[in-house]
Design a protein around this ligand. Structure first.
Ligand code: PLP
Length: 388
């Protein structure tokens, strides 16, 4: 069995001692107190009482009904509480679904660079993958004709992540429809990683959830990103196909089959306060993107990007005389954390010069200032093309 190293775990070793983080991908977290306060302000004393008094027994496999009902409200009429499977986070949901669907004879289409689980969950499940490369000169957009050309007789699964980690870009409605058509024509299940959905910088860009859009589609979502609730550890899959749901729920028994009730109740509280939390988080994000844009404009000869339109992350190219791996190491030594290109691609892939920068948190402007100070200190030597 190959020892598969998590790319982002490797990266955490590099950023263990940083002061200024630009490497996170979540929106601003609340405290438990703030979440309770929001619930009480809504007059929801019942949920706060449940939080204090709940039993510490097992929760039902696949999630308690009250949480699944609350989640189902995010979708259209084809998705009810019976179409939701709750997991302790999005990553375990991605892997469990791949294990349920993919066997050694099956092939999946995935995209790179990207979050490791969206590329490798089918591989870990024992199948084979074709990685289709996304390119900055194409705005990081998926090209449906390349996807159609990658389909094989044994292609069972396609995994994409839109809004896209690491670039914060979003596919068009036409591309989403074209991918659905390819999947329908070839009997392929689509796993749509929508963990940054609801963080579109302009709400009018929001795409339909795959669970609503395609009867063989699966949406994966987590409290971690739009609501900043990483520590709640609640994610879910939404899907119309109940036979497929049963296969995934059966596979779930062999991993973490139920979340804690405290997490579930925090999940319910978060969803009931969703409008307030999302409005606050989008404001932080838009303000931070404006600062980043100023930074990119100021140092246009050293940095370039495809401006992000969704999520709390962007992929920036350092065009100076360091690879993104070297740039990340120098920044880490100065106490600043970013994610270099190797966190998003197979080992051995050429360093693209890109690094991921997160902008979801209200403390981000201070980290950007630290980055700017670092750039001011080194820009002349970089412009001359010499390493520090
Ligand atoms: C694209 C993508 N999918 C899934 C996840 C996993 O989310 P969770 O924190 O809920 O496990 C992440 C987390 O970074 C992510 O970026």
């Amino acid at each position: 069995m190959t020892h598969r190293v998590p790319w982002s775990a490797q990266h955490k070793k590099l950023t263990a001692n940083i002061t200024y983080s630009l490497s996170n991908s979540f929106a601003e977290p609340l405290t438990s107190d703030e979440l309770i306060k929001l619930s009480l302000e809504r007059g929801d004393t019942d949920i706060v009482e449940q939080y204090q008094k709940h039993s510490l027994e097992y929760t039902p496999n696949g999630g308690s009904l009250d949480l699944r009902e609350e989640i189902a409200k995010l979708y259209g009429p084809d998705i009810g509480s019976e179409n939701i499977i709750v997991f302790p986070g999005g990553q375990v949901a991605l892997q469990t679904a791949a294990m349920a669907v993919i066997g050694p004879d099956d092939h999946a289409i995935v995209f790179t660079p990207g979050y490791q689980s969206t590329q490798e969950a089918p591989l870990i499940a024992g199948g084979s993958v074709t990685r289709i490369e996304l390119k900055p000169e194409e705005g990081w957009q998926i090209k449906p004709e390349r996807v159609a050309a990658a389909v094989r007789p044994n292609t069972k699964y396609m995994v994409f992540n839109e809004p896209y980690n690491p670039a914060g870009t979003l596919m068009s409605a036409e591309t989403q429809a074209a991918l659905k058509k390819i999947a329908e024509d070839n009997d392929i299940i689509i796993m749509s990683d929508e963990v940054y959905r609801l963080l579109e910088h302009n709400e009018s860009d929001r795409l339909p959830a795959m669970a609503d859009f395609y009867d063989k589609g699966i949406s994966v979502v987590t409290m971690s990103k739009p609501w900043g609730g990483c520590g709640i550890t609640i994610g879910w899959l939404a899907l119309q196909d109940l036979a497929l749901k049963e296969r995934i729920t059966d596979m779930q028994y062999f991993a973490t089959a139920c979340a804690s009730r405290a997490s579930e109740i925090q999940g319910i509280m978060t969803l009931r306060s969703s409008a307030w939390i999302l409005a606050r988080n989008i404001k932080i994000i838009r303000d931070n993107v404006a600062l980043l844009e100023k930074f990119i404009d100021k140092y246009g000869d050293l940095f370039e990007w495809v401006k992000p339109t969704a999520g709390a992350i962007c992929y920036i190219k350092f065009t100076g005389p360091l690879t993104s791996a070297e740039f990340a190491e120098e920044l880490a030594a100065a106490g600043i954390g970013i994610k270099p290109a190797w966190v998003f691609s197979e080992p051995g892939t050429l360093d693209s010069g890109y690094f991921r920068c997160g902008y979801g948190e209200s403390i981000m402007p201070r980290a950007l200032e630290a980055l700017e100070e670092f750039v001011e200190d080194h820009k002349d030597e970089w412009r001359e093309g010499t390493k520090s």
